[in-house]
Ligand binder design. Structure first.
Ligand code: M6R
Length: 619
C-alpha cells in the first residue's frame, strides 16, 4: 500500500511536450504538434532546436498562435528539436518561464513538479550555475549540465533522475549530440513514436498521431534515448530494457470545426450521432442485449460500486448513482477524485471502482485509480480516449465512442459518459436479476429512440439565444432540480460559469429553504428542471417558492398534454418526452446551449475559457 506522501507525489503533471529527431527541418512539425497538445495548457509555448552546433530557443507567452506569429520561429532551423505548451504552476505564465529551459549545453521540456527544486537550486548556485526563470524545471537543466562534466549521457541522466523528487515527463536535447533526444518518465505520461528515418517523443499518442500510429509508452522510472533510426530504453538503474511497440487502432482522425463557429457548437450538434455510435457499439439489437464482452468479474463478486471523476465527469457519476440505485441492488457511492485520493478509504474487495474521464489523463482521477490498483481493487474506466493512461491502467475499459472533443467545456462526452453508465447499470441489473428481462428490453427500445429525441430537442434554439442575455446581466443564477434532474442542474451551472464567467449555482430544489433561498431577490434568473417524473409535483412547489420571492424562472420540462399549473413563470422550454430514465439526456441540451449563447454574447473564447485546460493533468 502506498503511503500518503507517495500518493501525493503520484502523477502531478502540467502541460504537453513533444520531441522530433529527423533528417528534415522540424520546427513546423513541432508547432503543429503543439497545437494538438494545447488542450493540456495554453499559458505559454516554446520550441528549441539544434542547428550549427548551437541550441536555439524561441518562446512566447499565451497561445501557440502567438508562438507561430513569432518571426523567429519561422526562421528556426534544425532537424532535431523539442517543444512545450505550459499550464503554469511554478512562476508566472510569461515567456521567461515558458519551456524549453536551456543552458549552453542542454535544453529541457518538463511536465510535472520537482518538489526538491529549492534545495537543488541552492546546491547548483553554489557550483556557479546561473538561473533565468522562476521555474522548478531549470534545476533539471543545470543538474544535467553539472553531471555531464563527469559522466556520459546515459549515466548523467540516470544520476540526475535519482536526485529529483516529484513527478516528471522530460524531453532533453544536447548541444553536442546532433542525433539524440532523451525522454524520461516518473508519474507523468510519455510516449515514443516511430517513423521512417525519424522518431518522436510526446506527452500522448494524440500529439503523435499525425506522424505515426506505432507507439511505445514509457513506464514510471524508465528513460529512453531516441536516435533517428532506433530507440533504446533503460530502467531507472540505467540497464537497457526491451519494450513493446503498439500499433494504434486508427490513423489520425480528421476533426475540424466545419461550418461551425466553435468546436463547442459542433460538439453540441453532433450529440445525436455520437449517442447513436455509442448505442450501436453496445446494443445487440437481434438478441435484445447489451454487449459488454470479457467483463472480468462475475456478478456475485460485486455488491457495491464506487464512481469517481472530476468536474463534468463527476456529474456523470452522480447521474449514474440514480440509475444504479433504480436498476440494481448494488450499494452506490460517488466521489470527487481529488477528495477520494487523500481520504482514509475502506477498500472492499466486492466493490467495483469506476473511473469516469473524457481525456483519461486527469491527474486526480488517475491518482484515485492508482490508489485502488495499489490496494488490489476491481477497476473499470469509462473514457473517451482509449489510448489514455486511465484506460491503459484500468482492469476493464468501457469506451464512450464519441470522437475527439476539443471544446474545453465538455458536452458530447458528458452525454457519452452517462449513456455508457446507464447501459452498465442496466446490464448489471439484468445480470443480478434486479430487473426483469421484459423491463430491460423495453428500456433498450426507448434507448434506441434517444438519438432522434436529442435531435428534435436541439431545435429549441431561438428562445435560448434570447434568454441567455438575462443570465449574463444578472449577479448570479441558480439551477435547481430533484432526483434525476439534480446532477443535470449541477452540470448546467458548471457550463454557465466556465463559459460566461458569471456565478451560477446548481442545487437540489428541495434544499433551497435550508439556506440558499436567502439569495433569491427580484429578477434573479433561476433555471428549474421539472420533467414529468416522480419528483415533478415537489419540484413545481419548490419553483413556486422561488417565484414568490421574485425569481425569474426558466422552467425546463418535457412535452405533455397536461399544462404546467403555475403562475408567473418567466420562460418555459419543453424538451421531447421519453421514459424517466432518459429525460436527463434531453434536459442537458438547453443548458449546454444556454451556456454557449451566453458566452457568445459576451464575445468570450468559447473553446478555450480563461484559466482552464481541456485535460487537467496537474493535481
Ligand atoms: O477529461 P476528464 O473528463 O477527466 O475531465 C474532467 C474535468 O476536468 C472536465 O469534465 C471539466 O470539468 C470540463 N471542463 C467541464 O466542462
Amino acid at each position: 500500500v502506498r503511503s500518503r506522501r507517495q500518493r501525493q507525489m503520484c502523477i502531478r503533471d502540467r502541460c504537453g511536450i513533444i520531441g522530433i529527431n529527423s533528417n528534415k527541418p522540424v520546427s513546423a512539425t513541432i508547432l503543429n504538434s503543439l497545437k494538438k497538445l494545447e488542450y493540456r495548457g495554453y499559458d505559454s509555448a516554446g520550441i528549441a532546436t539544434l542547428s550549427s552546433g548551437l541550441i536555439n530557443e524561441v518562446k512566447s507567452e499565451g497561445r501557440v498562435d502567438n508562438l507561430e506569429k513569432n518571426s523567429l520561429v519561422q526562421k528556426m532551423e534544425g532537424t532535431i528539436g523539442i517543444g512545450h505548451v505550459r499550464w503554469a504552476t511554478h512562476g508566472l505564465p510569461n515567456s521567461i518561464n515558458a519551456h524549453p529551459h536551456s543552458s549552453q549545453n542542454v535544453s529541457v521540456v518538463h511536465n510535472g513538479i520537482i518538489e526538491n527544486s529549492t534545495l537543488l537550486k541552492k546546491f547548483l548556485v553554489g557550483k556557479g550555475h546561473k538561473f533565468k526563470s522562476q521555474t522548478d524545471t531549470e534545476v533539471i537543466v543545470h543538474l544535467i549540465t553539472e553531471n555531464l562534466k563527469t559522466e556520459n549521457i546515459v549515466n548523467s541522466i540516470k544520476k540526475t533522475l535519482k536526485s529529483l523528487h516529484g513527478s516528471f515527463a522530460l524531453g532533453i536535447i544536447f548541444k553536442d549530440q546532433p542525433d539524440l533526444i532523451v525522454g524520461a518518465r516518473r508519474g507523468s505520461p510519455l510516449a515514443v513514436g516511430y517513423g521512417p528515418n525519424e522518431n518522436y517523443l510526446g506527452s500522448d499518442s494524440y500529439a503523435l498521431k499525425s506522424m505515426t500510429n506505432k507507439i511505445t509508452y514509457l513506464n514510471d522510472g524508465e528513460f529512453c534515448v531516441i536516435k533517428k533510426d532506433h530507440v533504446e530504453f533503460f530502467n531507472e538503474d540505467g540497464v537497457k530494457i526491451n519494450k513493446k511497440v503498439l500499433e494504434l487502432s486508427s490513423s489520425e482522425e480528421k476533426y475540424d470545426k466545419g461550418d461551425y463557429k466553435h468546436f463547442m457548437a459542433k460538439e453540441i450538434e453532433e450529440q445525436p450521432i455520437t449517442l447513436k455510435n455509442g448505442i450501436n457499439e453496445y446494443i445487440d439489437t437481434s438478441n435484445n442485449d447489451i454487449n459488454i464482452y470479457n467483463f472480468p468479474w462475475k456478478s456475485n463478486e460485486i455488491s457495491s460500486v464506487t464512481l469517481i471523476g472530476c468536474g463534468t465527469a463527476y456529474h456523470s457519476c452522480l447521474m449514474a448513482k440514480y440509475w444504479f440505485e433504480e436498476l440494481t441492488s448494488l450499494d452506490v457511492n460517488v466521489d470527487i477524485a481529488s477528495e477520494f485520493r487523500y481520504r482514509k478509504n475502506r477498500f472492499k474487495k466486492d466493490t467495483l471502482y469506476v473511473f469516469v474521464s473524457q481525456s483519461g489523463e486527469t491527474a486526480d482521477t488517475y491518482a484515485a485509480l492508482d490508489l485502488c490498483k495499489q490496494n488490489g481493487m476491481k477497476t473499470c474506466a469509462v473514457v473517451n480516449v482509449i489510448e489514455s493512461s486511465i484506460a491503459r491502467d484500468s482492469g476493464f475499459v468501457l469506451p464512450i465512442h464519441c470522437g475527439t472533443e476539443i471544446g474545453v467545456a465538455s458536452t458530447k462526452a458528458f452525454l457519452g459518459q452517462i449513456l455508457i453508465l446507464y447501459m452498465l447499470s442496466l446490464k448489471i441489473g439484468l445480470w443480478r436479476n434486479d430487473i426483469s428481462k421484459e423491463a430491460f428490453v423495453n428500456k433498450l427500445k426507448d434507448l434506441k429512440e434517444l438519438p432522434k429525441l436529442v435531435e428534435k430537442t436541439l431545435l429549441t434554439d431561438n428562445k435560448i439565444q434570447t434568454i441567455s442575455g438575462t443570465f449574463n446581466e444578472a449577479k448570479g443564477s441558480m439551477f435547481l432540480g430533484r432526483g434525476f434532474s439534480y446532477p443535470i442542474a449541477l452540470e448546467g451551472a458548471l457550463k454557465l460559469k466556465e463559459l460566461s464567467y458569471v456565478h451560477a449555482e446548481g442545487y437540489p430544489a428541495g434544499e433551497m429553504k435550508h439556506g440558499p433561498l436567502a439569495l433569491i431577490e427580484e429578477g434573479m434568473p433561476v433555471v428549474v428542471l421539472a420533467p414529468r417524473d416522480n419528483y415533478y409535483k415537489k419540484t413545481i412547489s419548490n419553483m413556486q417558492e422561488v417565484i414568490a420571492r421574485g425569481a425569474k424562472v426558466l422552467l425546463i420540462t418535457n412535452k405533455s398534454k397536461d399544462e404546467v399549473v403555475s403562475e408567473n413563470i418567466w420562460e418555459k422550454i419543453e424538451v421531447e418526452s421519453t421514459n424517466e430514465d432518459l429525460l436527463p439526456f434531453l434536459l442537458t441540451i438547453p443548458l449546454q446551449k444556454l451556456a454557449y449563447y451566453s458566452a457568445l454574447k459576451k464575445g468570450y473564447d468559447i473553446d478555450k475559457p480563461r484559466n482552464l485546460a481541456k485535460s487537467v493533468t496537474v493535481e
